[in-house]
Design a protein around this ligand. Sequence first.
Ligand SMILES: C[S@@+](CC[C@H](N)C(=O)[O-])C[C@H]1O[C@@H](n2cnc3c(N)ncnc32)[C@H](O)[C@@H]1O
Length: 266
Amino acid sequence: MNIVTDLRITTSVKTNASLYKQVEDAFHLLNKNKYIQNISIIKRKKLTIKQIFKSNDSPVIVFENTGPKLYFTSEIPIYFHLDTAKVKLNMVKNQKQPILSEMINHITSKETSFNFVDGTMGFGRDSYLVLKQFPNANVFSIEQHPLIHFVISEGMKLQLNNNELKRIHFINEDYNNWIKLNEEKVDILYLDHMFEKTLIESDRMGELSNNILKIQEYKPIKHYNYLILKARFDSLLFKELNVMQCLRKSSKTHYGLRVNNSKQAL
Ligand SMILES: C[S@@+](CC[C@H](N)C(=O)[O-])C[C@H]1O[C@@H](n2cnc3c(N)ncnc32)[C@H](O)[C@@H]1O
């Protein structure tokens, strides 16, 4: 599990009472988080992010009207952004299905409701897509990094209606532990681990990749009815998790499916 030793929180330069309140609330909430050891509120004044990092390089969460942004460095913030989820939801409007949705449709066609456990929430775009596209889904979004969990879940909540808020559960845990304790909830387990060969270092995914724990060894997983894996075409994970890889000639990103025959299917 990622441990954060020092965390600083503040508001945007242009601030207001609501942002101050969010900083105070976050201070009390994050203070209770066992994975964060020391947290302080800093006065933003007119300081730029670069200046905030000059004397101290511990991570900073900045509260803005559009949601919290997490800076591990002064360069690229991590926050909830619709980006690819919006593109995929537009595809759906135009009668085209993203691959993940196609797979879920196939698995759940006869179900009135189902649980989708996103074991690797990250930026939360896949959880958001499933929540929006499948009104009969309960989504469990698990992220082990405490700061990523915080900024993405708080940012996403601002984009959800009451019904969606009731159907999503944000969990700060290692999914391996959570699914063992909540086996009965895991209809579909979805995993999108960081690509082993990471992408462009200078983008948001590169920034995320630089700051999370890299997996040393994959633990065998058996607590699910269906496992959907998203990974780079040459990932060893397809083999290690014994997932059938669906080949796509036009993309480096591949998906795989495994049905757990030892458990009753949906
Ligand atoms: C590639 S990102 C996922 C991107 C995501 N699918 C999206 O739509 O934005 C992978 C995330 O999984 C998290 N992660 C990796 N191993 C985990 C574990 N065992 N339990 C929970 N989260 C994990 C990482 O911290 C990282 O934030």
